[in-house]
Design a protein around this ligand. Structure first.
Ligand code: ARG
Length: 667
């Protein structure tokens, strides 16, 4: 940095001296009125510019120094986001080069092909356009050269070169990456720096009582769990809420049917094992029997009036349902999910409607109380003409609760994309009511598409019913065991190991198949595809992981030895494949940073897949352990490479944890 500053100071001083000299000459010559020659005018302008640039550089340096000082104090728990660091360096150079642009474009990304360096800054073309817009014509190549000239020193950059019309290829320093790898081993896989800890409320899973949890709820559960784990890893505080559909008119018919089928329900807990069948039976009666229907309605009123006997019946039904849900969560490894269904907001709905009314947001239309928001044409129905509340009312009360009682500063709703209009309306309602400021608070609908069957139609059983989640998980378990047996793993693994592998593969593949696609899209559920051991699947990754983990074990190096070696052995990155693997590992923080802003988990799957294939390329050509051909005895261990393997395993394990995959050491 000081080199650049000295350079500019020198040039400026030199020019000043030149101008002074010229002025004197002119004065002497003309000995009268001074009219500056065009050359002097030009130099004067140039000089002004240089001085400005110098001032700018000095300010940037001071800023950068302040940041580094602050960073080093809290950097111990975070990993360096290389692309972001480079972006800061380039932003400094770009601002110094074009102070006339208020918002110059700055973008740095990792290179897809190492012919173009390790990272690239391709902002020159965009800057050329920005300059043209203010009447300056400069070629991208000239711009790139200017930027490179003004680059402040950086401990990451080895060198840069300009390619093509103005691409800046950045080559990063191997010793820097080598330290990143050692740090992974010594300090663990840590998150990148984020904008500070936040209290996040995440609405996930949210099935409906008495109805079977379906694949849509499975998606919400899997995606929500993974996002939660990511946010916890990033240091945020999480409140995971299960917004159960546990209130509403369907309870009238359920309770009426309960009273008929189990008249002693108040003293003896009813032995209902299949609540879905029970629901269907009551629905049939409700649709066919007018008398029953009438009774169902009076029971809804009684439930809303909190009649103790009716509340007891309601609680029983909820409990039976909830037990079944809990089993699913247990199998999927979902923990700390707080059940807080629609019923929770019952009493708050009254005051919510009142507040909205007194602030003039509510309109009366055909006996209904509605609220128009700026999100669309469909109004929110807050109170029905019969005085009852709706899904809209409960969500308005709920968002208010999350903002003011939960004191959330980030709220996520993991719900299918089909409810987009509803969600947008709720967010707009809250915003209009002044409950939150979208500039300060993230409230987002984490949308996802529909699960399709292999026939590309909505996922159903052969008889056209919704697939029961428990059955789906059972089938996954069966198919996973078949797969392991097909590979004759049952002959090598102990019974315990086999069961662990079976679980890991079954639940892992179902979760991964869901997460590895962009969640916004619909996805086709196929056991055959997800259990494939080639390609971007959980099976492929889990197998690769066990293989990596076995390298040190077979070389008879235990964890203690690895830790000891990590502290003393520098990671050698001379071989092209070692370098490629290390670079891939060092990109983990920037991948996490990106996912944190977009919450698209498939990016993590893609990264893990790339990491695994990069590892395979490395392992194919770089011997970690050399054995005697005859005796098979280990003759040489390349500790630096063993450490690279361990770092790869550590990053993979962290990625797996975030996705909810549970790797096993042997499978
Ligand atoms: N129970 C709803 C359903 O199954 C999902 C609830 C989502 N959460 C919310 N706050 N609306 O469609």
């Amino acid at each position: 940095m000081s080199d650049v500053v000295t350079k500019y100071t020198d040039i400026a001083a030199q020019q000043e001296a030149e101008i002074a000299k010229l002025k004197e000459e002119i004065l002497a010559l003309q000995n009268g009125e001074v009219e500056l020659s065009p050359e002097v005018e030009k130099l004067k302008v140039e000089n002004q510019k240089l001085k400005y640039r110098l001032g700018h550089l000095l300010r940037s340096i001071a800023e950068e120094e302040k940041n580094t000082a602050k960073a080093s104090s809290d950097d111990a728990n975070v990993m360096t986001n290389i692309s972001q660091k480079l972006e800061t360096v380039f932003a400094t150079a770009i601002k110094a080069s074009f102070p006339e642009l208020p918002n110059p474009s700055v973008a740095v990304e990792s290179s897809k092909n190492d012919r173009f360096g390790d990272y690239q800054c391709n902002s020159a073309m965009a800057i050329a356009q920005q300059l043209r817009a203010i009447g300056k014509k400069t070629s991208p190549n000239e711009i790139a050269r200017e930027v490179v000239k003004n680059l402040p020193p950086s401990d990451i950059i080895e060198k840069v070169d300009i390619a093509g019309p103005g691409f800046i290829n950045i080559h990063i320093r191997r010793p820097f990456v080598s330290t990143v790898i050692s740090d992974i081993l010594n300090k663990g896989v840590r998150p990148p720096k984020t904008g500070g800890k936040r209290r996040v409320v995440i609405d996930m899973s949210s099935p409906n009582i008495a109805k079977e949890m379906h694949v849509g709820h499975l998606r919400s559960t899997i995606i929500g769990e993974s996002i939660s784990r990511l946010l916890v890893f990033a240091g945020h505080e999480l409140v995971k809420v299960n917004h159960l559909g546990d209130w509403g008119t369907q309870f009238g018919m359920l309770i009426a049917h309960l009273q008929d089928r189990f008249p002693n329900y108040l003293t003896e807990s009813p032995p209902i094992s299949d609540l879905q069948a029970f629901y269907k039976e009551s629905k049939v009666r409700f649709d066919e029997d007018a008398e029953f229907k009438k009774r169902a309605y009076t029971l809804v009123v009684k439930l809303q009036a909190k009649d103790p006997d009716i509340i007891k019946a309601w609680t029983m039904i909820c409990d039976i349902s909830f037990k079944a849900f809990e089993e699913i969560y247990e199998r999927l490894g979902v923990k700390n999910l707080i059940p807080r269904g629609e019923s929770f907001y019952q009493d708050m709905m009254v005051s919510t409607v009142e507040t909205l009314e007194s602030n003039g947001f509510v309109k009366l239309e055909e006996g209904r109380k509605i609220m128009f928001t700026d999100a669309g044409k469909v109004p929110l129905t807050l109170v029905k003409s019969d005085g009852g509340f709706t899904y809209d009312t409960s969500d308005m009360a709920c968002i208010r609760y999350r903002i003011f009682e939960d004191k959330a500063d980030w709220i996520l709703y993991v719900i299918d994309a089909g409810q987009s209009i509803h969600m947008e309306n709720i967010f707009a309602g809250g915003r209009m009511a002044g409950w939150y400021d979208p500039a300060k608070m993230r409230i987002e609908h984490i949308k996802f598409g529909v699960v399709l069957g292999e026939d590309k139609k909505k996922f159903k059983t052969r008889s056209g019913d919704t697939v029961r989640l428990a059955d789906l998980l059972n089938e996954g378990m069966k198919r996973s065991l078949d797969k392991l047996k097909e590979k004759e793993r049952d002959k090598v693994l102990t019974e315990e190991e086999l069961l662990a592998a079976q679980r890991s593969v079954a639940y892992g593949c179902i979760k991964y198949a869901d997460l590895c696609h962009n969640r916004i899209c619909d996805y086709v559920f196929s056991f055959d595809k997800m259990l494939d051991d080639k390609g971007n699947t959980a099976v492929y990754l889990l197998y690769a992981f066990t293989r990596i983990k076995s390298i040190a074990r077979l070389a008879k190096i235990d964890q203690a030895a690895i830790l000891k070696a990590a502290a003393t052995t520098p990671i050698n990155l001379t071989h092209a494949k070692e370098w490629k693997l290390a670079k891939c590992l060092s990109r983990f923080p920037e991948i996490i940073s990106r996912i944190l802003s977009e919450l698209l988990m498939h990016m993590l799957c893609e990264y893990l897949y790339e990491l695994t294939t990069t590892f395979t390329e490395f392992y194919d050509v770089c011997y970690c352990v050399e054995k005697d051909r005859q005796t098979g005895e280990i003759v040489k261990v390349n500790m630096s490479r063993i450490l690279l393997c361990e770092a790869a395993a550590a990053v993979m394990a962290k990625g797996f944890h975030i996705l909810g995959l549970e790797p096993v050491n042997r499978m």
